[in-house]
Design a protein around this ligand. Structure first.
Ligand code: MLT
Length: 388
């Protein structure tokens, strides 16, 4: 047998695993530490009541012969796809049910979708970037090129017409920088993609953090997007499903063969999301669920404001946090990203994510998340104020 040689071209370990190792090492040497984790974007508020009620009910159904369910449709139950369809309608996006595919989260589908594309395609990603976009393509041996995101373009790069790409990743609101594309900017990407017959892989995992009604939640709010974009979304950050696992991917029929190919791929390699989880996800879209998750999102936004206000006080340059759970800051005293990571861990016992882990343009930057508890976020910021 021959192993896949492309794995040799990957970083030794996934960014968040590297951080977890470093943190575990620190904990073993400092067992009495008061560590605060604002690194990986994992939520801390529990599932809301509408969701847990739906879970309990679905569990009970599964324990009764008459309502028990075995294999479900690989692309998701209609009750959930209809709920997603209605949600898109609120943003004036009309979708057919067979364009909506329920998944176990955006991360899996962002990787799995690559089954539909030839390995000779060139992939354009922003830098800094969520590492999954790069690593999944490196695993397949695709060529990856970068669009520079930096202070000058507000971390929102636009296409360079002289560069040809086949697959284009866009994440808005952005992980890691928190920057959000407006309608005009997305239109430029759509026109570029159409001109070069490229497909945009649009990661909308943080759309629920958008608080300006002029900013688009979905790329399909922009004319022409259905003919060139696949959209991925997740309930992880929206409704605290990081451990429960549920998301959805939209493959419009205007993309031609890709819709049927994705169905073929899913029916072959995926057996669907558990019934009980899909019932929980359906509850997220109910009136009660929407109200409850908004309260949780507002709680995280308050945390973001606490972080942002403290950084202002300390004169630390930063962006994000307004339409996103992430705050992207310039490391104080010209420290490099990993240097700042160690400094913060050792001197304030606060864990963040080094910008350099997201790409070369992330060097010298650092990401904090607002997903911590209020108490931990405030305490972390007190420690910041003491240090800077
Ligand atoms: C992050 O911290 O960037 C996210 O939690 C990663 C993810 O959603 O997989």
């Amino acid at each position: 047998m021959n192993i896949n040689p492309n794995y040799e071209n990957l970083e030794q370990s996934y960014l968040f695993s590297t951080i977890a190792h470093k943190v575990n090492d620190f904990i073993s040497k400092n067992p009495d530490n008061k560590l605060i984790r604002l690194g990986i974007g994992d939520v801390t508020l529990p599932l809301c009541k509408a969701v847990t009620d739906a879970l309990h009910k679905a569990v009970d159904e599964m324990g009764v012969k008459e309502t028990f369910r075995g294999y479900g449709p690989e692309q998701g139950y209609d009750f959930l796809r209809e709920a997603v369809q209605k949600y898109y309608k609120k943003h004036n996006v009309e979708l057919d049910l067979d364009e909506i595919f329920i998944s176990d989260g955006a991360k899996s589908d962002l990787g799995n979708i690559l089954d539909l594309f030839n390995t000779n395609n060139t992939v354009l990603v922003p830098d800094p970037v969520y590492p999954v976009y790069v690593d999944t393509n490196v695993m397949a041996g695709r060529k990856v090129i970068y669009a520079d995101a930096n202070g000058e373009n507000g971390f929102l790069p636009l296409p360079d017409e002289s560069i040809k790409a086949d697959l284009i990743y866009i994440c808005s609101p952005n992980n890691p920088t928190g920057a959000v594309y407006n309608r005009e900017q997305l239109k430029i990407w759509i026109d570029y993609a159409k001109k070069s017959d490229a497909v945009i892989l649009f990661d909308a995992a943080y759309e629920c953090f958008i608080s300006d009604e002029n900013l688009p939640h979905s790329i399909y709010e922009i004319e022409g997007a259905k003919a060139c974009a696949i959209e991925f979304c997740s309930l992880s950050k929206t409704a605290g499903f990081t451990g429960t696992r549920c998301g959805y991917t939209i493959v419009p029929k205007a993309l031609g063969k890709l819709n049927k190919m994705w169905l073929r791929r899913q029916t072959t390699k995926f057996n669907g999301v558990p019934y009980i989880v899909q019932r929980a996800a359906e509850a997220v879209f109910s009136e009660e669920g929407q109200k409850e998750i908004k309260e949780n999102i507002n709680y995280y936004k308050e945390n973001a404001k606490i972080i942002s206000d403290t950084l202002d006080k300390c004169n630390i340059w930063h962006v994000g946090g307004k339409h996103s759970p992430y705050i992207w800051l310039k490391c104080p005293n010209n420290m490099k990203s990993w240097e700042f990571f160690d400094y913060l861990l050792n001197n304030a016992q606060v864990v963040g994510t080094p910008g350099a882990g997201f790409g070369k343009n992330g060097e010298g930057y650092f990401r904090l998340t607002s997903f911590g508890s209020r108490e931990n976020t405030s305490e972390a910021m007190k420690r910041f104020e003491k240090l800077f």
